[in-house]
Design a protein around this ligand. Structure first.
Ligand code: FE2
Ligand code: FE2
Length: 265
């Protein structure tokens, strides 16, 4: 990845606000601090509807490397040229390939979604229907839509004590990215141990419950729903405890990476 220096960031739901500084005036945006801490490689924010859908956005496409929408609340209807329209609800994940023509054709007034894009700045073209040939429907990257109630949690991930629900991103992106949900299978009462990951990008967004982290150079912090951490490559960290009802969203690139156990000094 190119760009500036990457550093740790933690933006809490309490410490950040929804404002109107975003691409679409019908939505307010809560910045998750990732643009700055990833040196512009990635942007992540929560979008919240300010008004009901009165008209679609209009057919358009984005020239970027990666785009993921994860629905937190409410309903979002998206049309993809050559595919059709998907009505998505909480827990759904839409991984859009670059340059696929699409339109947002409906949403509920209570819609909230998490959007992650890479890189943080990119070009958007407005299109007329049929102007662009459908692209990104086969191979990788390709379109993936995983419904909110699709895909079970399975204990097939890195850590015992958690069940994982895949959001379809790894397959859609040819292994270059991974997005999944982690759910605690019980309360976390013992630290998992100091460790670090060999990867290019990693962010964690809490959906439910709480989790207590340690980050080298930043100390211990307890995060709750709506809080977001950027874990820069190689940072030593530990997970000290978590609630029984914990659920979190995690995104990494690449989709597979090595984890090294460390000893705490
Ligand atoms: Fe779009
Ligand atoms: Fe970790």
């Amino acid at each position: 990845m190119d760009g500036g220096r990457m550093h740790f960031s933690c933006v809490t739901a309490k410490g950040s606000a929804f404002d109107r500084k975003g691409f679409r005036p019908q939505f307010a945006y809560r910045d998750l601090g990732i643009v700055g801490s990833s040196g512009g490689r990635v942007d992540a924010y929560v979008m919240r509807a300010l008004e009901p859908c009165r008209a679609s956005f209009g057919l358009h496409r984005h020239n970027l490397d990666f785009e993921l929408l994860f629905i937190l609340k409410g309903r979002l209807d998206v049309y993809f040229e050559g595919v059709g329209t998907f009505a998505t609800t909480a827990g759904a994940a839409i991984c859009q390939p670059p340059m696929l023509a699409h339109d947002v054709v409906g949403w509920s007034e209570d819609l909230e979604l998490l959007e992650i894009i890479a890189p943080s700045s990119f070009q958007t073209d407005s299109l007329r229907p049929g102007e662009a040939a459908p692209t990104g429907l086969v191979g990788a990257p390709r379109l993936s839509v995983v419904a909110g109630d699709e895909g079970a949690f399975a204990q097939d991930g890195l850590r015992a004590g958690f069940a994982y629900r895949d959001l379809g991103v790894k397959a859609a992106m040819g292994g270059r990215w991974l997005a999944h949900l982690l759910r605690a299978t019980g309360p976390g009462t013992r630290p998992i141990g100091l460790h670090r990951h060999a990867l290019d990008f990693q962010m964690v967004y809490l959906l439910r419950g709480w989790m207590r982290f340690y980050y080298e150079g930043h100390g211990e912090m307890t995060l709750g729903p709506g809080d977001c951490v950027h874990q820069p490559p190689g940072i030593a960290h530990d997970v000290l405890a978590w609630s029984e009802d914990l659920m979190l969203f995690e995104l990494t690139t690449p989709g597979e990476f090595a984890t090294e156990a460390l000893t705490r000094p």
